[in-house]
Design a protein. Sequence first.
Length: 100
Amino acid sequence: GFTPKISSDRALLVIERVSNGIWRLLNNGGKEFRVYAIDGSGNFADASVDFHPDGRMTKAFEGWIRLAEVQAPGDREILDFHAPAVLVDWQLEVEADGLI
């Protein structure tokens, strides 16, 4: 696996664990994000996976890293619930006029 690192044009003020595989990220632009680490089986990463204050993961990781912006307080629960839903092996067809 690789060791992921979160970086941003804005300063990362907070990276705090919410629960296994879920972190809250705040930047100096006032934006809040959820960061998710999902293993190859579709489960949230266990307690051994975390991030250093500089945004670097504490160890190599195999799976998916997802990031979602929290635009309203009610988003957190919805984003957390749907985070493990990773689409694989699918196709998307787009009409000539750009409609899906």
